[in-house]
Design a protein around this ligand. Structure first.
Ligand code: PXP
Length: 238
């Protein structure tokens, strides 16, 4: 049965757009955990558009499951992570103007930097995950460099519009999950997943973890956060 990480960035987005003190991501995380999530995921972006440093530090004290920090491949972020000690750091590519993370890491092209930073984190006892597109070369290179986990970017699957395209993207993810598992990597998946498109991926036994955010927070507006998480838990753990 796969684990569920809930990305709570958009609790902070709502707070930041008005400069208020609410809603609070740490408060949200308690509800999310009560509803059956296995992990709290946050992305501390370089531009600090949603999650702030103090959120990360508070969450480290309050999260009872696991804390997964999504981070750009930056020295300052590694220093912060070694200090705060999330359970996992997920390296993601980051571009200032993007609405959300738009593609996977180019592990191949950033080998030296990634290897160095992965070693620093692992020495501190932090698991390291690489957020990558479902491509053989990126998976093999992640393994070479020493990542513990690959998180497969499911954005193209989520954005696919025709049945053929959906099938093709689904198959790319399935093959990538298989290869990751064969190479001894822990396999996660995420991005753009929601109540309609997660079920088929949850049936792939090699995918051991999902990280889902936007759809859950959006659904929470109508049914409440606890119910929104319970509904996705039921899909992921079916
Ligand atoms: N996984 C990673 C690595 C991400 O960067 C994001 C978005 O922050 C997610 C999962 C969650 O994506 P979504 O909000 O589309 O569910």
């Amino acid at each position: 049965m796969a684990r569920l990480g809930v990305n709570i960035d958009h609790i902070a987005t709502l707070r930041q757009v008005r400069g208020t003190r609410y809603p609070d991501p740490a408060g949200a995380s308690l509800i999310v955990e009560q509803a059956g999530a296995d992990q709290i995921t946050v992305h501390l972006r370089e531009d600090r558009r949603h999650i702030q440093d103090r959120d990360l530090r508070t969450l480290r004290h309050t999260v009872q499951t696991e804390l997964n920090l999504e981070s750009a491949v930056l020295e300052a972020m590694v220093v912060l992570a070694v200090d705060v000690r999330p359970n996992t750091v997920t390296f993601v590519p980051e571009r200032r103007k993007e609405l959300t993370t738009e593609g996977g890491l180019d592990v191949y092209g950033n080998r030296k930097q990634l290897k160095e930073k992965t070693e620093q984190l692992k020495k501190a006892g932090i698991r390291v995950s690489f957020f990558i597109d479902p491509e053989e070369r990126q998976i093999r290179e992640s393994r070479e460099i020493g990542a513990d986990t690959i998180e497969i970017h499911t954005g193209r699957y989520a954005d696919a519009t025709t049945p053929d395209e959906v099938k093709k993207e689904f198959e790319r993810i399935r093959q990538s999950a298989l290869l990751g598992k064969q190479l001894g990597l822990y396999v996660a998946a995420g991005h753009g997943l929601h109540y309609q498109n997660t079920g088929p991926l949850a049936a792939i036994p090699e995918i051991q973890e999902f990280n889902i955010g936007h759809a859950i927070i959006a659904r929470a507006l109508f049914v409440g956060l606890e119910q929104a998480v319970r509904e996705i838990v039921a899909i992921v753990k079916k």
